[in-house]
Design a protein around this ligand. Structure first.
Ligand code: HEC
Ligand code: HEC
Length: 360
């Protein structure tokens, strides 16, 4: 069956935008009801008070309004793909915190090729040191090279994208405005995309407002109980304000890793077989499906996995091995409370933030 990629991409973008509008409407209503929305509409990076220091090298690529807007245009432009059919926002959709909202588990690229992995949400990238499920990329600027050149994503060479951009009249003046250059080169292409992505800071969930003692941050008794259980049973790996210690671990999804070795692909150590980066859980109630291989569709399934489904193997994380049966013991009520807590991590201001909307 032949599916027209462009039409589908446009459809999905349209869908995402209409969701975003719905959420914008909800936040407007909240606003009218008197809840303060501290949304900062400027184009400078700001560290939220409850976040760690950023890791991104802003000194080499300071964010400007022109650079951000150029990055935004590139992020939405299928010119970055070999046949002009796929753009970054095909797989990274704002309405779901820039994860992949399509109704298939793994991301689909040029020629409908299916990758092996689930597209992660793009949030708080300015605070991460390593990228991708296996940490194979160590600077944000290089994540875009990977996306452009991967045969199951955009399947295009960086050099050819640069050639196409130089040949499209609207782009050279935009690069000139953003970077003062007369001819587009690849480092500036990557830097523009990074300027767009580093401002994707998600820090205005109900949970954040609770932590910072702001209006709108009242957690219910159940949510608070859920938080306690979460801290006890999940918090050693999903730790800190980003809900990840950014280590690589095997949480028992598989016991046979031939399909995807995970971290071992980078380190070539057998002891890293089947280990993947502990993902941040911000906006997790919106970013289904879950895990590197998109194995689960609901948070209930994830919790059932930790309780009952953890597969033992030599590299299974020691934290999940302790018991007579591998995993984390959880009652049904504990699972429900954890899910209630995880829902407080949804940041509706972020997914409705119009700075990230496609403009043209
Ligand atoms: C075909 C779907 C697809 C497209 C198109 C795509 N991505 Fe991705 N993206 C993915 C997948 C899948 C991963 C995870 C890859 C991995 O872990 O090996 C990913 C990972 C990333 C990450 C790392 C996030 C993290 O938490 O480590 C960034 C940043 C990113 N993509 C940016 C982009 C940009 C910029 C573009 C456009 C130039 C783009 N992506 C296009 C599917 C896609
Ligand atoms: C031993 C460390 C560890 C513990 C403890 C742990 N996790 Fe995880 N978690 C991981 C790793 C590693 C992954 C990614 C695994 C993969 O994709 O193969 C993950 C993935 C997830 C995901 C999927 C997120 C996404 O974006 O795909 C959710 C949700 C999750 N964990 C919730 C929890 C909850 C709730 C608990 C407590 C009941 C918990 N985790 C305990 C390490 C851990």
């Amino acid at each position: 069956m032949f599916i027209n990629r462009i039409n589908r991409g446009q459809l999905i973008t349209g869908l995402a935008l209409s969701w975003a509008c719905i959420f914008a409407f909800i936040s407007c209503q909240k606003n009218e009801a008197g809840t303060e929305i501290p949304q900062d509409k400027t184009y400078t990076f700001q560290r939220p008070d409850n976040f760690p220091p950023p890791t991104y090298t802003f000194e080499n690529n300071p964010v400007t309004e022109e650079g951000f807007k150029l990055g935004r245009k590139l992020f939405h432009d299928p010119i970055l793909s070999r046949d002009g059919s796929v753009s970054c926002n095909n797989c990274h959709i704002q309405a779901v915190a820039f994860a992949d909202a399509q109704q298939h588990p793994l991301s689909i690229g040029v020629d409908n090729r299916i990758g092996k992995r689930n597209a992660p949400p793009l949030t708080n990238l300015a605070f991460m040191k390593e990228f991708f499920w296996d940490g194979g990329v160590t600077h944000l600027d290089f994540t875009s090279v990977n996306a452009i050149e991967a045969d199951f994503e955009l399947d295009e060479s960086l050099a050819n994208v640069v050639r196409k951009l130089n040949g499209k009249p609207e782009y050279p003046p935009l690069f000139k405005e953003a970077f003062g250059i007369d001819s587009i080169t690849s480092p500036y292409l990557l830097q523009a995309l990074s300027q767009f992505m580093v401002l994707m800071v998600s820090s205005n969930s109900k949970y954040d407002k609770y932590v910072r003692g702001e209006a709108g941050g009242q957690l219910t008794a159940r949510e608070l109980e859920g938080r306690q259980i979460f801290q006890l049973k999940c918090g050693s790996c999903h730790s800190g304000e980003l809900f990840s210690d950014f280590s690589y671990r095997n949480n028992g999804i598989n016991s046979d890793f031939t399909n995807d070795l995970g971290r071992a692909l980078i380190t070539e150590q057998e002891s890293d077989n089947g280990k993947f980066r502990v993902p941040s859980l911000r906006n997790v109630a919106r970013t289904s499906p879950y895990m590197h291989n998109a194995k689960f569709w609901t948070l209930k399934e994830v919790l059932d996995h930790y309780d009952n489904g953890v597969k033992d193997s030599p590299t299974l994380d020691p934290l999940l091995k302790n018991n007579s049966k591998p995993g984390i013991e959880l009652t049904e009520e504990e699972k429900e409370k954890i899910i209630d807590f995880l829902q407080t991590l949804s940041d509706f201001e972020f997914i409705a933030d119009s700075r990230f909307f496609q403009q043209d």
